[in-house]
Write a protein that binds this ligand. Structure first.
Ligand SMILES: [Zn+2]
Length: 271
């Protein structure tokens, strides 16, 4: 699944290609994505200039002159900027045609992606309105986490992955950040001290920042906006390393189930 670093890498790639370009056409081959795509976009979008491309959580916000397109990559989606005469691939669902002979194509085998058009403030759209702060933003720090965790009995790992607490901290990044902070994933969120939340917030920023610098890391077949693959180069401490020695202390990494997710941790380093 594209995680926040892949979405941010996509944003940077398509922003370069889209900003300042005028939309020439919108072609919808399959409107049945996670939610039906509005066929009227074929009339609404042409003629509008792309002012900028932003990101909120794992949503891409394409700011046009008269509104904003909110795109989500779902479980398996990717956006590519390609020459306009590029043959359509299987699972290509929509295309935003641009001036200068290029277009933006959306490919998504599992069709959990989405595309919405809003004319008001996109951050007030129901998909975005209830979301917690950005993990790389200033509002996300140890004091914030400690405040939200007060009295909470939920385990710290699902707490950290709750989009109302903070957005975009997927399973890999939650596991790795908890290791860096020395926090056991099953510890109750309300029983983690302020100093350890400072380390956890710093750990989240560090693992996401590293992944973004490496161009997105989590999907082995991930392709960025210009068509070049991203590679899993990040040094992982615990994720999918069960049975292997901890890189810090040598104790075998353990795996446990939390909800529907596998969690990896070092029983010696994380308390
Ligand atoms: Zn260890």
């Amino acid at each position: 699944m594209p995680e926040l670093p892949e979405v941010e890498t996509t944003r940077r790639g398509i922003r370069t290609a889209l900003r300042g370009r005028r939309i020439s056409a919108f072609v919808l081959r399959n409107h049945k994505l996670r939610w039906p795509v509005d066929r009227a976009l074929a009339k609404i979008l042409p003629g509008q200039c792309v002012l900028d491309v932003h990101r909120r959580a794992k949503y891409l916000l394409m700011e046009l002159e008269r509104g904003t397109l909110i795109a989500h990559l779902g479980m398996s989606g990717s956006l590519r900027v390609v020459p306009a005469d590029t043959p359509w691939l299987k699972h290509d669902h929509y295309e935003i045609g641009l001036d200068r002979g290029r277009c933006l194509r959306f490919n998504d085998p599992r069709r959990f992606g989405s595309l919405h058009w809003v004319t008001g403030d996109p951050l007030e759209h129901p998909l975005l309105a209830g979301l917690g702060p950005e993990p790389l933003g200033r509002a996300f720090d140890g004091a914030y986490l400690a405040g939200r965790a007060q009295g909470r009995k939920v385990a710290v790992k699902p707490f950290l992955m709750d989009q109302r607490i903070v957005v975009g901290v997927g399973n890999i990044y939650a596991s790795e950040a908890l290791f860096r902070a020395g926090i056991h994933p099953r510890r109750a969120a309300g029983k983690v001290g302020r100093q350890r939340y400072e380390r956890l917030a710093a750990g989240v920023k560090a693992v996401l920042g590293e992944a973004i610098r490496q161009g997105g890391t989590t999907l082995r077949d991930y392709v960025s906006a210009d068509g070049t693959p991203g590679y899993f180069r990040q040094q992982l401490y615990v994720y999918e390393r069960d049975g292997q020695p901890c890189r810090r202390c040598g104790t075998p990494i353990r795996k446990l189930a939390q909800g529907q997710r596998s969690t990896y941790f070092c029983p010696a380093c994380q308390k």
